[in-house]
Design a binder for this molecule. Structure first.
Ligand code: AMP
Length: 541
């Protein structure tokens, strides 16, 4: 033998072991369902995770069994993640905002043996019980609560379970490719599909998001993951937190602008992560309050296109950088993230903003390409103008959905994201649409994202969704559904005028419809499918 290096499997338990040892007194602040705060440390989280691992063993839960959580971002939830994954079980995070039929579908599909839930969700869980007969244990993530015990007589309480155990537990050793966590896609068409993350993919993904050209995370940060732990594992922040030992502030159920501004100011948060609708809510409140968001150095925005107004308002008013990232449940989620390169330093602020608006570059470990399926051309950054189907490969990208025999890749091994995009010479990816949201007018594509971003520049517009409406001559034409700001006065003609000279005339929407509310999905995205159903015939009426 020529000699070799030690082999240690990449296991999630090594993250919490590291945090307990080297960042034992770093604080984890958590907001309870009742609004009170709990302050713990990485050592407390690790000890409780071990106690809960002992409790799961006492309940006879076996390796690879699925343990589900329906919970907000809080300290018990983080403890449970480490207990479940560290014992070789699979942590299935459930999005409580799904419809009851979708919830029963995914709980049964996952074959969950334990269902943990925050007090908020007790009535929902109680109403689902008869439809989910395989669940053996229901665990309410709180101290004893008489109302919940009455509603569900066989319920167990997390605090009682861990109080009965010791903090001595040796984390299991197994292959790093073992499944660790399960998350279902939002399933806008058909049933949701499960994506199964492995220990290896999770640890590698955590390394990646900490890198300077990614989110740039270190033990110096105080991080607020507004993105829920049931939305692609809160973008892996609870894992990265243990890896580099930063402080977490977990916001519990209150994700409105006022609650978030108060958290940022009270706990000197330096980095916050969430979808654009969260930041729109936060900025709207911040404008009316005296906050300067002094501690906040950057916000990470992903999950939907980041409107330019969010980037400029954070920068101009609060001197806070906005980092735009793209990803999906199938990609763990980091696919691309936007940070400038040295060669951009000479650009004007406006030019920099232009670069920042794209979804960013892939980190090491991920490759992306654009495929023009109509012509069968694979254009690998050879033509910046070419827009096509975005495909991806990498260490933390799905190969096969949960419970499916066939893999889900192209014949040459890439995952087709369902997004339409272009990629420039440096790898910056600009997403123009979901394939199913594209608007095709007289054979020409129109990007709904571009139309929405222009509308959002208007000071009276709170939200805007561009969709295709059926047109007798052009097949499809764009129409825009708009929610005005509370004080907004804008009229249809006024907003149509606003488009003049900003895009080609034929791309300007045919109609603007003002509504009180635009439907938002469980993960904070506009539900265009519902809007299309309602308005697609509006031009042929
Ligand atoms: P999900 O699996 O629910 O997180 O949804 C993933 C989808 O969200 C992607 O395929 C994109 O269509 C969309 N998405 C995620 N991040 C962005 C972004 N930064 N800009 C535009 N769309 C995004």
């Amino acid at each position: 033998m020529l000699g070799n290096m030690m082999f240690k499997p990449l296991l999630i338990s090594s993250l919490i072991e590291h945090a307990a040892q080297y960042h034992y007194d770093t604080k984890i602040i958590s907001k309870n369902v009742n609004g009170s705060f709990v302050e713990t440390t990485w050592l407390d989280i690790s000890n409780n995770a071990k106690k809960y691992a002992n409790a799961l063993k006492a309940l006879n839960i076996q390796p690879s069994d699925r343990v589900a959580t329906m919970a907000w971002n809080n300290h018990r939830h983080v403890e449970a993640w480490y207990a479940i994954t560290g014992s070789g079980m699979v942590c299935h995070t459930i999005n409580p905002r799904l419809f009851p039929e979708q919830l029963t579908f995914i709980i049964n599909d996952a074959d969950d043996k334990v269902l943990m839930f925050d007090q908020t969700f007790a009535p929902l869980i109680a109403s689902l019980r008869t439809a989910i007969p395989h669940v053996k244990h229901f665990v309410c993530m709180s101290e004893y609560d008489a109302t919940i015990a009455e509603l569900m007589p066989d319920v167990k309480f997390y605090d009682d379970l861990i109080a009965a155990q010791t903090a001595t537990f040796i984390w299991s050793k197994f292959d790093e490719n073992t499944a660790a966590a399960l998350c279902y896609t939002s399933g806008t068409t058909g049933n949701p599909k499960g994506v199964l993350y492995s220990h290896r993919s999770t640890v590698l993904h955590s390394f990646s998001i900490c890198l300077p050209d990614s989110i740039n995370l270190s033990s110096n940060e105080i991080v607020l993951p507004v993105v829920p732990m049931f939305h692609v594992n809160a973008w892996s922040i609870p894992y990265a937190a243990a890896m580099v030992g930063f402080s977490l502030v977990l916001p519990g159920p209150d994700l409105d602008g006022k609650s978030l501004v108060e958290l940022i100011d009270q706990y000197n948060i330096t980095v916050a992560l969430g979808v654009p609708t969260i930041w729109q809510g936060l900025l709207a409140y911040a404008r009316t309050s005296k906050t300067e968001l002094k501690s906040l150095t950057r916000t990470i925005v992903g999950g939907a296109t980041c409107p330019p107004t969010i980037i400029s308002e954070f920068k101009e008013r609060y001197n806070c950088e906005t980092v735009h990232a793209w990803g999906m449940t199938e990609t763990s989620p980091l696919g691309t993230i936007n940070n400038l390169k040295a060669k951009h330093s000479g650009l004007s602020e406006e030019e920099k903003l232009n670069v920042r608006l794209s979804q960013g570059r892939p980190p090491f470990g991920v490759s992306i390409r654009i495929v023009d399926q109509e012509n069968g051309i694979h254009s690998l950054r050879d033509n910046e103008q070419s827009v096509g189907h975005l495909q991806i490969q990498g260490h933390w990208i799905v190969e096969r959905y949960f419970n499916q025999d066939k893999h889900t890749l192209t014949t040459d091994g890439w995952f087709d994201t369902g997004d339409i995009a272009s990629i420039d010479r440096d790898g910056y990816m600009s997403l123009s649409d979901r394939a199913k949201d594209l608007i095709k007018s007289g054979g020409e594509w129109i990007s709904s994202v571009e139309l929405e971003n222009i509308a959002l520049e208007h000071p009276d517009v709170a939200m805007a969704a561009a969709i295709a409406a059926i047109h007798p001559k052009w097949d499809e034409r764009p129409i825009l559904i708009v929610k005005k700001k509370a004080e907004g006065q804008i009229t249809e003609d006024g907003l149509l005028d606003f488009y003049q000279n900003k895009i080609a005339k034929w791309q300007i929407p045919d109609r603007i419809v003002f509504v009180d509310n635009i439907p938002i999905s469980g993960t904070g995205k506009m539900v265009k499918k519902d809007l299309r159903e309602k308005y697609r015939h509006i031009l042929s009426l």
